[in-house]
Design a protein around this ligand. Structure first.
Ligand code: HH2
Length: 275
């Protein structure tokens, strides 16, 4: 899943793809580099980000979604029902929902749905980075949401531990270490570590977002070898290469199997991988 942030303030690429032509060119490059899904977002969810209203969010994402919809699978990264509905009408087929609340929209429209774990909202979430057992808590929350969505009739459901959302660096690493606990629930798992700040801290310094590529490749590869079915990244080309090697190394081909389980109707050839 290639990230396309049509925002002025995203933490690693804010302002770069605000112009629709620049956004489209970047999306097409990510597709050429091997992305299977383009995730279009119009509101930053970094800690402390300023919320935007639905009209502004739609103004940012809809032209890009309309232009891309015939070319690839498009997901919309939003917490707002109104934006999700408009994006689906414009051709998106997956709701990437960091609030994990929009399954009724997916049920009603037949769209796919990503449930991501977070506590609070982006403005407040780092206050809630407090867990007894982070792995169990995140798993139970996501399974609960996925079961609700399935009962409501959503067919394509993904779960995502929400790396960096109400989590310390230690929580992020623990969730990655025990990713198999989430994978073993049977719901296809999406993981987004791309350029996140814990990668810099773990490497012994803060590092700028652009310097977190190696950490992104390492953690995405780890996630795939632990059974993640999709990784959400800004730097598609290096991660696709690493993902393909990881998939070929893991003979069971978890990415392909999980995509089939998700009932997406899309298939990934074992050995080609998903990213
Ligand atoms: N991370 C971000 C945004 N959306 N969605 C899912 N499912 N999983 C994630 O880990 C995830 C996400 C944050 O990254 P980014 O979009 O690059 O930054 P910003 O929120 O500042 O636009």
């Amino acid at each position: 899943m290639g990230v396309l942030n049509v925002t002025p303030d995203s933490f690693s690429d804010g302002g770069r793809w605000l112009d629709p032509d620049a956004a489209l060119a970047h999306a097409r490059q990510m597709i050429a580099d091997g992305a299977d899904v383009i995730d279009v977002g119009g509101e930053s969810t970094r800690p402390g980000a300023t919320p935007v209203d639905a009209a502004e969010e739609m103004r940012r994402v809809l032209p890009v979604i309309e232009a891309l919809a015939g070319e690839t699978v498009v997901s919309v990264d939003t917490r707002k029902e109104e934006v999700a509905r408009a994006a689906l009408a414009a051709g998106a087929s997956l709701i990437n929902d960091v609030s994990a609340t929009l399954w009724p929209v997916a049920a009603e429209t037949g769209a796919g749905w990503v449930a991501m774990h977070m506590k609070g909202d982006p403005a407040t979430m780092q206050r809630y980075a407090d867990y007894g057992d982070v792995v169990t808590e995140v798993r139970d929350y996501l399974v609960g949401r996925a079961e609700k969505a399935r009962a409501a009739g959503v067919e394509e459901i993904w779960v995502d531990p929400g790396i960096g959302f109400a989590k310390t660096a230690e929580h992020n690493l623990t969730l990655l270490k025990h990713l198999d606990v989430l994978v073993s629930t049977g719901w296809p798992v999406l993981v987004g570590t791309s350029r996140k700040s814990f990668l810099g801290r773990v490497a012994g310094g803060s590092l700028t977002a652009a310097d977190r590529l190696e950490g992104t490749v390492a953690t995405s590869t780890w996630a795939i070898t632990r059974g993640a079915a999709m990784v959400r990244v800004h730097d598609v080309k290096p991660v696709v290469m690493a993902a393909r090697l990881a998939d070929q190394t893991v003979s069971a081909g978890p990415a392909a199997a999980a995509w089939e389980r998700a009932g997406t109707g899309r298939s990934v050839t074992v050995g080609e991988g998903a990213a």
